[in-house]
Design a binder for this molecule. Structure first.
Ligand SMILES: [Zn+2]
Length: 148
């Protein structure tokens, strides 16, 4: 494999691919994240929760969907240790653990597992949400949940 050309250097003009676009709808979600709260959307018609936030229920298409605070508890469904990612700033962050977790409320969520060695990752392990501040936003990630 040839060495990547970019490297970890950052300039003010370099694009980033890890920060979310926020709009009027998702602002509620990101404002809550900045306060350390993970939000879900719960459907008033079928009762199911979903993530990422949508303006309608992906299960029954109802628009009777409201915000709800998630417990922040999840279990590890699957993961992949990423050793190379050419999109800034991921290249300076490798290796990292890209993961899919099952939230206690049901929805499955794409995220990252932190504070856990690669060899300690287990399917079904208990996780809890943490927030990593990235410039202007707090991005939800998950770490092992200790006994409580
Ligand atoms: Zn529904």
């Amino acid at each position: 494999m040839a060495a990547g050309s970019g490297g970890p250097a950052r300039s003010g003009a370099s694009p980033r691919f890890d920060l979310p676009e926020t709009d009027a709808f998702t602002r509620t979600y990101w404002d809550a994240a900045a306060d350390g709260r993970l939000l879900l959307r719960r459907c008033g018609a079928c009762g199911r929760a979903h993530h990422y936030p949508r303006e309608f229920c992906p299960h029954c298409w109802s628009e009777a969907v409201t915000w709800e605070r998630a417990s922040g508890r999840a279990t590890l469904y699957t993961w992949s240790v990423v050793h190379r990612n050419d999109l800034p700033p991921f290249g300076s962050r490798t290796p990292y653990v890209a993961a899919v977790v099952d939230l206690a409320e049901g929805p499955r969520m794409m995220t990252e597992v932190v504070e856990c060695g690669e060899e300690d990752l287990r399917v079904g392990m208990a996780l809890e949400v943490a927030f990593r501040v990235e410039e202007t936003v707090a991005v939800p990630v998950f770490r092992p949940r200790g006994p409580s």
